[in-house]
Structures are given as structure tokens and as C-alpha cells.
Write a protein of this length. Structure first.
Length: 532
């Protein structure tokens, strides 16, 4: 594809495949997928990376419990994550990376080498608290002893164990000021602002050097002996977060920094992650990259957590929702729409059956579905099955057309901040206005009194539906495509892959080019069913 627009590189966090995906994972994939689709439709060559994070003690321990090897566990569950992406959620990723992929070992080794060359890695001894569940070290004052006599990480509530071993350290402390300078020069690096501020405050309070290798287990990327800093007789594996973060480089061809894909796509435009891993992405990751003399990502978007009716999802409570259960019950596009419309991406959100139902029935079936179905049926029935020739436009016509015209620019700005909620809210506000317009103009009465005026009203309504359908594609690829098919809108440009229906997505290139009178339409079938 040739495009004058800059390429766009987006990543999700890579999930631990010690279990199977839940609706919280699906939330992140769907949002990132909508973002990637939006950029493709808007003419950017887009690369979208997702995958699984397979090393570390958590994976090793989970495998031991099942009596299989960590590689077997990773292979089995990674396949399930990929299946859910492909078959349940319709995620349009370009590569599904596994950190056990061969090229990822090369990339992890190479970034390690660069950090050694920078003089940022040294051998010492680690003694402190480690949470296997979080794959994270805690200082003593970040932990507490609870009523059961056991020690837990205060912030995350996970059990910690005393760990004492030889370890390589990364000179994170050296990067405190460079990071703070970088944050002030790039105020949109972390989003939303409130979560980014928490990160900045943490860095301001001082940074300790970071333990980046382990010797008490072996399920990880080996630290190559010739690339170490300091003499050791022990075998070290990289701390899982060192190799995990490096996946974002592997995905675009690192260590070959001269490769076409690396030059085109690095630095990443946005890493999409959840709020529990903001420090890894906003502090460790940019520090590693500074040390390795590589460019820093442009943005880290930190989303909130999904809760089940206000309660944290957890296996012990038994309220963990599998993505396929929701998709079966409500349909994929309604699930995708609900998750992106219901709460701002940066905030936590709580879902209930009633809330999903409300969105599906009022926003989709009533607001969009009914308007499209009524107006297009009238066109087919009363305008000889063709988009009618509109007459002169009244103030009411111009007003609703102008409102819908602004939606592309508003959506662009909102998507650039991963504010899907705002883009959809505004789009559905305009749909509400279009419904009011349709009701006021009463085209079904005009049929008997003023055919030319009826044609204009139907034309204007169909045009608003077309614009809304174009912009709904990233969120509801299949339904929006069906709607654009019903409007017989041409497929133009390479706006991404074809959808399940076989029709291609319609790029935003023709957003401001109105419907052509005389275009034949077929009798429409309802696209957004009510949930009974
Ligand atoms: O953190 N709601 O993997 P992970 C919303 N391997 N998002 C949620 C969520 C919820 N209830 N629960 C989890 C890891 N997430 C690391 C990442 S990246 C180099 C390595 C999000 O499987 C979570 O915040 O625990 C993270 O962004 C993603 O799901 C994977 O979580």
C-alpha cells in the first residue's frame, strides 16, 4: 500500500499463558484491534502485535502443578489465546508472538548485550521479597504480614517469598533524571494523565537498581556467558520482564535495526497495557531502551480493569468470564461495542448483564438498527430501489449533515488518545439527532404530499447512516460492513482485510464524498437484532 500517512505500530501486552483468556484480556485485545482497524481505514500502513509471555517462575510453577513441562503448558495455552483472538474476537493482529519463538531469543540477547556495552549491568547479590504471581520484586516496606502470619505485597495482595541469590543488576537509578526529563518533554507519553502522574511521582521518589536475572530456576532466556558483566560460575536466566518487554522490538525485526520493518515501524506508536503493569512500561522499558540507545515508544496507554458487577474477577470467587461465553450470548459486535462505549478506556469499568443488554437494545437495535432499517426500506420501496436524487436542502438537512461530517475529525482526535468512548459517544449523539430529524420530517407522510422532499429526507438520512457505518467499522467490523453493503458503498483502497461476510472494509478516504443518487439498493434485512 502506498500512503503519504506515517506508518502505525501498535502492541498489546503479551499475556501469561498459565491460564486461558478472560474478558479482561479480551477488553485489551478488542480496544487495540479497534485502534489498529481505525488507522488502517484512515490510510496508515499498520502493524499490530500481540502474543504470549511464556517464561518465568509463574509459568514454571503452574506447569509443575499440572505435571507437565513449562514449554508444554505454554504451547497448549498460547494456542488457546490465539484461537480466541482468531475465532472468537476477530482480532486483526499482524503477528502473534510467543516469547519462546527463536527470533525472540536473538532479540533478548542483543538488548542485553547493548545494556552491558553501556556499562549498565553488573553482578551482585539480590536479597528481598519476590511475588511469583506478579513476577515482581518488592522492598520490605512494600510488603505486610497479614493475619494468617504470611507476608504479602501491599499493593497487589499477592504472597511474597524471601529470595536471596546472585543476580545481575540494571543501573536503573542512573536513569531517574533522564526519565523525568523525558516525561516533561513528552507529556502525552503516558495516558491517561492521572495514571501517568502516578508513574512520575514514583520516579521522583527515587529508583533502585533492578535485579534482572535469576539463578534458582531455568525457565527463561539464558544470559549468555560471553555477554555478562562480571565473573560467575552460575547459569543465569533473564528476569522474565526483560525478555517480555523486548517482544515489542522482536516483533518488528530487532536486532536487525536496518531491516525494512524496523526502520518503518520502530519506535512503536502505542503500547496498550493494563494499569497493573504501568511501571514496567513507563519506567523500566524506556530506561532499558535509553541504555540500549534505541528510540523510545511514543505512547503507553494504560487502561483500567474490568470488574464483574463491581467485584474483582477471580478464580476463587468464580466470577471469571470467558470471552466466548459473552460472544455466544450477545454476539461479537455487541460485546465489542459495549466494552468501548460503556466506560472511558483509562478508567475501571464494571459490567452487568443489564448494562450490556441496555447498550445492545437501545444504542444498536433502536438508535442505529431501526433508523437504518426504516430509512433504507423506504428508499427501496418508494424510490424505485435506488438512492434518490435529493432536492434543495433545508436548514434542518444542512444541520444534521454538518454534524455527521464533523465525526471523522472528532473520531481521529479521540482515537489518537485511545478515547474510544468519546468517539462513540459523539457518533451516537449524532445518531440520536438523526433519529429526531427523521421523526420530525415524517417522510412517510411526504410520500403523499411532496415526493421531492421525501427524496431529500431519505437521502440525507441514508447519508448520515453511511457516515456512521464507516466510523463504526473499527468497533463492529461485521455489522458495519453489512450496513455499508446494504448502502451499496464501494470498497475503495486497501483499508485492511476482508471481513467474515467476505466484503472489504471501506476506507475513510471517501468519507466526505456523498452517496451517489441512482445507486441501486436491495431490500435491507435487519442487522442489529434486539436481545430478548
Ligand atoms: O501482565 N481487566 O500478563 P497478564 C482489564 N505478561 N485488563 C486486565 C484484567 C482485567 N480484569 N486483567 C488483566 C502480564 N488485564 C504480562 C505482560 S507485557 C510485555 C507483559 C490486562 O496475562 C493486564 O493489565 O497478567 C495486561 O495488560 C494484560 O491483561 C495481560 O495480563
Amino acid at each position: 500500500m502506498t500512503s503519504s500517512k506515517p506508518p502505525f505500530y501498535i502492541t498489546t501486552a503479551i499475556s501469561y499463558p498459565n491460564g486461558t483468556p478472560h474478558i479482561g484480556h479480551a477488553y485489551e485485545y478488542i480496544a487495540s484491534d479497534a485502534m489498529a482497524r481505525f488507522k488502517r481505514l484512515d490510510g496508515h500502513e499498520t502493524y499490530f502485535l500481540t502474543g504470549t509471555d511464556e517464561h518465568g517462575q509463574k509459568m514454571q510453577q503452574s506447569a509443575e502443578k499440572e505435571g507437565i513441562s513449562p514449554r508444554e503448558l505454554a504451547t497448549r495455552n498460547s494456542a488457546e489465546f490465539k484461537r480466541v483472538d482468531d475465532e472468537v474476537l476477530g482480532i486483526s493482529y499482524d503477528r502473534f508472538i510467543r516469547t519462546t519463538d527463536e527470533d525472540h531469543y536473538a532479540a533478548s540477547t542483543a538488548i542485553w548485550r547493548r545494556m552491558v556495552e553501556a556499562g549498565d549491568i553488573y553482578l551482585d547479590k539480590y536479597a528481598g521479597w519476590y511475588s511469583v504471581r506478579d513476577e515482581r520484586f518488592f522492598t520490605a516496606d512494600e510488603t505486610e504480614v497479614r493475619a494468617d502470619g504470611e507476608r504479602y505485597a501491599t499493593e497487589t495482595g499477592t504472597p511474597v517469598t524471601w529470595t536471596e541469590e546472585e543476580s545481575y543488576f540494571f543501573r536503573l537509578s542512573k536513569y531517574q533524571q533522564p526519565l523525568l526529563d523525558f516525561y516533561s518533554a513528552n507529556p502525552d507519553f503516558g495516558g491517561p494523565r492521572t495514571r501517568f502522574n502516578e508513574v512520575i511521582r514514583f520516579v521522583e521518589s527515587g529508583l533502585d537498581d533492578l535485579s534482572i536475572s535469576r539463578t534458582t530456576f531455568d525457565w527463561g532466556v539464558p544470559v549468555p556467558k560471553d555477554l555478562t558483566a562480571g565473573e560467575t560460575s552460575l547459569d543465569h536466566v533473564m528476569y522474565v520482564w526483560v525478555d517480555a518487554l523486548t517482544n515489542y522490538l522482536t516483533g518488528v525485526g530487532f536486532p536487525d535495526t536496518e531491516s525494512e520493518s524496523f526502520r518503518k515501524f520502530w519506535p512503536a506508536d502505542v503500547h496498550v497495557i493494563g494499569k497493573d503493569i504501568s511501571r514496567f512500561h513507563c519506567i523500566f522499558w524506556p530506561a532499558f531502551l535509553m541504555s540500549a540507545r534505541l528510540e523510545l515508544p511514543k505512547r503507553v496507554m494504560i487502561h483500567g480493569f474490568l470488574h464483574n458487577a463491581g467485584e474483582k474477577m477471580s478464580k476463587s470467587v468464580g466470577n471469571v468470564v470467558a470471552p466466548s461465553a459473552w460472544v455466544q450470548e450477545y454476539g461479537l459486535d455487541a460485546v465489542r461495542f459495549f466494552l468501548l462505549r460503556e466506560f472511558p478506556f483509562g478508567q475501571d469499568g464494571s459490567y452487568t448483564h443489564e448494562a450490556v443488554l441496555g447498550r445492545k437494545n437501545s444504542d444498536l437495535a433502536n438508535n442505529l438498527g431501526n433508523l437504518a432499517q426504516r430509512s433504507l426500506s423506504m428508499v427501496v420501496k418508494n424510490c424505485e430501489g435506488m438512492i434518490p436524487q435529493p432536492g434543495e436542502r433545508t436548514a434542518a438537512d444542512r444541520r444534521i449533515l454538518a454534524q455527521s461530517d464533523e465525526l471523522l475529525e472528532i473520531s481521529r482526535e479521540a482515537y489518537d488518545m485511545q478515547d474510544f468512548h468519546r468517539a462513540l459517544e459523539r457518533t451516537w449523539f449524532v445518531l440520536g439527532e438523526a433519529n429526531a430529524y427523521f421523526a420530525e420530517q415524517e417522510p412517510w407522510k411526504l410520500k403523499k404530499t411532496d415526493l421531492s422532499r421525501m427524496n431529500t429526507v431519505l437521502y440525507v438520512t441514508a447519508e448520515v447512516v453511511r457516515k456512521v457505518a464507516l466510523l463504526a467499522q473499527p468497533v463492529m467490523p461485521d455489522s458495519a460492513t453489512k450496513l455499508l453493503d446494504a448502502l451499496n458503498v464501494e470498497t475503495r483502497g486497501d483499508a485492511g482485510r476482508t471481513n467474515a461476510s467476505g466484503a472489504g472494509p471501506r476506507s475513510f478516504e471517501a468519507f466526505h464524498t456523498e452517496l451517489v443518487p441512482g445507486t441501486p439498493l436491495e431490500k435491507p434485512t435487519p442487522i442489529f437484532p434486539r436481545h430478548e
